[in-house]
Ligand binder design. Structure first.
Ligand SMILES: [Fe+2]
Length: 278
């Protein structure tokens, strides 16, 4: 069984890691993606690996939204009427889901490692969403392919290197242990690109490219396949090193996006950590 047809691999290979693109997949009918299986997964995982909320949220949000009155597992079972958004995090803790995650990543490995180095920390997330739900504006530190399993969604992505959309100050705070909440205002929308995906399609999201998501008029189930890479660790460490430089009164250049490597600043940060200076 392959989860990605040959043309999907070729497309991914041509676009990874910086160009968002939509590729086909064969994951929709996988038994582990059925709602009842996902509800049972929620009941097996530690409670803090499940996040859920009412589905109707503004695009920009600060702080945590209120918790719904039913359990997360029941919200998944009744997702067509629950009006909820459920995120199941770190699927890789469960052996069956971990095997699926690693199988998909193994199919992509030949396109990943020549560009961004060794694959690290594979993680999987499932998002189960009632019709018309919104996932607010944010960014993620992982390479990510959002596989649409059921229903549809529109992701609006923004450039990963945009100071307006994800200021260096937010990167530097996040990569030194702070929060990663981006501030939204409608003026940011002009640089967004919309990608609509349906069941059987996946969307690649470049590392740290800000985005928000609007679900279609049906129940939506998405599987997010993520990994870190040598390149992404170096970029993160370079942001962290920049925070040190900024603290010393300098105004450092933003780390470069791939294929720039950021190895000098990344090394600087690692040396500081090793010496206990951070
Ligand atoms: Fe995301």
């Amino acid at each position: 069984m392959t989860y990605l047809p040959p043309h999907a691999f070729e497309k991914f290979s041509a676009h990874y890691p910086e160009q968002p693109h939509i590729l086909d997949h064969n994951l929709c009918d996988h038994p582990l993606m059925a709602l009842e299986q996902l509800a049972q997964l929620i009941e097996r995982l530690p409670a803090d690996e499940v996040e859920y909320a009412y589905a109707k949220q503004p695009i920009g949000i600060t702080g945590k939204p209120p918790v719904p009155s039913i359990s997360a597992a029941d919200a998944v079972r009744q997702i067509d009427t629950a009006g909820c958004w459920v995120a199941i995090k770190h699927l890789e803790q469960d052996p069956a889901y971990r095997a699926l995650l690693l199988d998909v990543i193994a199919e992509l490995e030949g396109a990943i490692t020549p560009k961004t180095g060794a694959i690290h920390n594979p993680q999987g997330f499932v998002f189960v969403t009632s019709p018309n739900g919104v996932t607010p504006y944010h960014f993620d530190p992982e390479h990510n392919i959002l596989m649409q399993i059921r229903g549809s969604k529109v992701m609006t992505q923004f450039p990963a290197d945009s100071e307006d959309h994800a200021p260096s100050s937010v990167h530097e705070a996040y990569h030194t242990g702070g929060p990663r909440e981006l501030v939204w205002h409608d003026g940011l929308l002009a640089q967004g690109s919309e990608y609509e995906i349906h069941a059987g399609q996946g969307l690649m999201v470049p590392v740290m490219a800000p985005h928000f998501v609007k679900n279609g008029p049906e129940v939506s189930v998405s599987l997010s396949i993520t990994w870190r890479s040598e390149w992404s660790y170096n970029e993160a460490a370079a942001h962290a090193f920049n925070s040190v430089l900024r603290g010393a009164g300098l105004n450092p250049a933003r780390p470069g996006r791939w294929p720039q490597q950021n190895t000098g600043k990344a090394l600087g940060w690692r040396v500081m950590k090793k010496l206990g200076l951070r």
